[in-house]
Design a protein around this ligand. Structure first.
Ligand code: SF4
Ligand code: SF4
Length: 377
């Protein structure tokens, strides 16, 4: 086996262990942020017409400030940090920031458009300890809306397949602004062919409204999700996605501002990229009281929210507060037609970990052993 494959396999097991620990911590304790997005520069080398998260003039956030923000997030108990932009690879000392995240034992994720990737940059990201990279690919051929196309990015994906020791996830979108839903499927199949993982999102129209997906778009989303086989794959477990695909609202509580934080280039905490301006408190002064208050605050945008990473965090809380009912309600043994869909391994493990029958000694033993193994008291 080539050396890069061995290192990749070893890192994958270590990452899975740390991710399992992150999930167990999120299920056990309600008082820490599970996930934080940190903007490292607002500048981008592209100009997708649907995006308002970038400019072409900003300087990168100073590395010393970013390191302080990472330290502050670690002190608040954050378990996963996603570096975002603009285009994060434009930051000349990005690897130092990743190193600091890993120094604190947190999971480091990078969202990029992939344009600036080279074999050398991939190796630097390996050495810094990056855990995951997410690349959004919008279409098969570049058009006036987006240049993030498979045609342009395919060589970069091949380099990632060859050199990356971190997990690479290719994200494609289906919805109001996408003219060719079949593009998303072609992108996902290419990712799978290269040994990368694929996910799919649902996008709003230009006015921010979520329109129901048509039958073809729904089928594309389902096919993409069926390609994703990872143990902790949340894409296949998002219980609120079905309603959104039909244009229907969801009844869920958004814990943003508490369990999910978005740190803008100025170091202010916001709910998420779609809700900048709330609560807009400097991270340096953000406290556990702020986390607790904002976790409980009702968000009027929740019913039609398509920010899947915050759904995931909310699902952890719901499972912790009412595990039996949540598992039965959101992942029923039998669906509406009476069929018994296969339950994902992760849901079966969660059941064994957190729903041991009071009479079952083996269940309690498994739970104790698992928490000991994950170093959670
Ligand atoms: S690449 Fe990303 S940050 Fe840059 S303009 Fe497109 S969507 Fe926005
Ligand atoms: S509901 Fe969605 S859009 Fe609204 S604050 Fe929460 S994550 Fe952001």
């Amino acid at each position: 086996m080539p050396r890069v494959s061995l290192r990749r396999a070893a890192k994958r097991w270590h990452r899975m262990y740390r991710e399992a620990r992150m999930v167990a911590l999120a299920l056990k304790a309600p008082a820490h942020p599970v996930l934080a997005h940190v903007v490292v520069t607002r500048r981008c080398n592209l100009a997708c017409t649907y995006c308002n998260e970038f400019d072409d003039v900003s300087q990168p956030v100073r590395t010393a400030e970013l390191l302080q923000r990472i330290d502050r997030l670690a002190a608040l108990g954050t378990t996963v940090i996603t570096l975002t932009g603009g285009e994060p690879l434009l930051h000349p000392e990005l690897e130092d920031v990743i190193r600091r995240i890993r120094h604190h034992g947190l999971i480091a994720i990078l969202v990029t458009n992939g344009y600036l990737l080279t074999p050398d940059r991939i190796r630097r990201l390996n050495r810094a300890g990056l855990d995951r990279m997410q690349i959004s690919v919008d279409n098969v051929r570049p058009d006036d809306v987006s240049k993030k196309s498979l045609k342009v990015l395919d060589p970069k994906l091949c380099w990632l397949a060859q050199f990356a020791e971190f997990e690479v996830s290719i994200h494609s979108v289906v919805g109001a602004c996408t003219e060719h839903p079949e593009d998303a499927l072609q992108i996902a199949r290419r990712a799978t062919e290269l040994g990368l993982t694929s996910t799919a999102g649902i996008v709003h129209d230009n006015s921010g409204r979520l329109r129901p997906l048509n039958a073809e778009q729904q089928k594309v989303i389902e096919e993409i999700e069926s390609l994703s086989k990872t143990f902790l794959s949340f894409a296949r477990l998002n219980p609120w996605r079905k309603n959104l695909a039909r244009g229907l609202p969801n009844d869920w509580h958004c814990p943003a501002g508490g369990r999910h934080l978005y740190i803008c280039e100025d170091g202010l905490v916001h709910y998420c990229m779609a809700q900048r301006g709330y609560p807009a408190i400097p991270l340096s002064r953000y406290t556990r009281e702020d986390i607790e208050r904002e976790s409980k605050t009702l968000k009027p945008c929740a019913p039609y929210c398509t920010i899947f990473c915050v759904h995931r965090v909310a699902l952890f809380d719901r499972l912790r507060e009412n595990p039996r009912q949540t598992l039965e309600q959101l992942f029923p043994i039998r669906d509406a037609d009476g069929a018994a869909p296969p339950r994902p391994v992760s849901i079966r493990v969660l059941r064994a970990l957190f729903l041991p029958s009071p009479a079952a000694l083996s269940g309690r033993f498994f739970r104790k052993t698992a928490l000991w193994f994950l170093k959670i008291n």
